[in-house]
Design a protein around this ligand. Structure first.
Ligand SMILES: [Fe+2]
Ligand SMILES: [Fe+2]
Length: 162
């Protein structure tokens, strides 16, 4: 599995997330269909990049926004599967994503909390500005992706995985 990133993608962004995008397990997210027309990797990249842009504009911690945005759905299973706890997937998958992320990468408390609260109001209230940005970016990307409209880094195929 190989990721191709266009040269016009901000190097500052790539520097913030390079270790994650270089991880072979993380790239396996591309195997899971997400929001009907895309895959979970592209969705995660879109949420991450949009969060990074917004956080930068608002003077927030854009590195944390980019990393937690990228990891917010880091679950290597099909969301159609049941959950081991019997919880609805909407409540369960943020916890699974936080656990998988911590097993693979160094994740700060702020990043972990943002991953856990990204489904708000289904689940905990975001407790940082970066967590709010990720929760909003996730909903925006999901809505646009369901409408089959390219957003963020899926526009002009700026990121592709094969
Ligand atoms: Fe999610
Ligand atoms: Fe998501």
């Amino acid at each position: 599995m190989h990721i191709t990133i266009a040269e016009d993608v901000a190097q500052e962004y790539l520097a913030d997330v390079a270790d994650i995008l270089g991880d072979k397990d993380f790239l396996r997210l591309s195997l899971y269909t997400h929001h009907q027309w895309t895959n979970r990797l592209m969705h995660s990249v879109n949420v991450s990049y949009l969060s990074w842009l917004i956080a930068g504009r608002l003077g927030c911690d854009r590195r944390s926004a980019a990393r937690a945005g990228l990891l917010h759905d880091f679950c290597l299973y099909d969301f159609a599967d049941g959950t081991p706890t019997g919880e609805h997937q909407a409540f369960y998958h943020p916890k699974a994503a936080a656990e998988t992320s911590q097993r693979h990468f160094t994740v700060s408390d702020k990043e972990r909390d943002a991953i856990l609260s990204h489904m708000f109001p289904l689940g905990p209230v975001p407790n940082s500005r970066e967590a709010w940005i990720i929760s909003m970016a996730d909903k925006l990307c999901a809505t646009v992706e369901v409408c089959r409209i390219p957003i963020a880094l899926s526009r002009r195929n700026r990121v592709m995985v094969a």
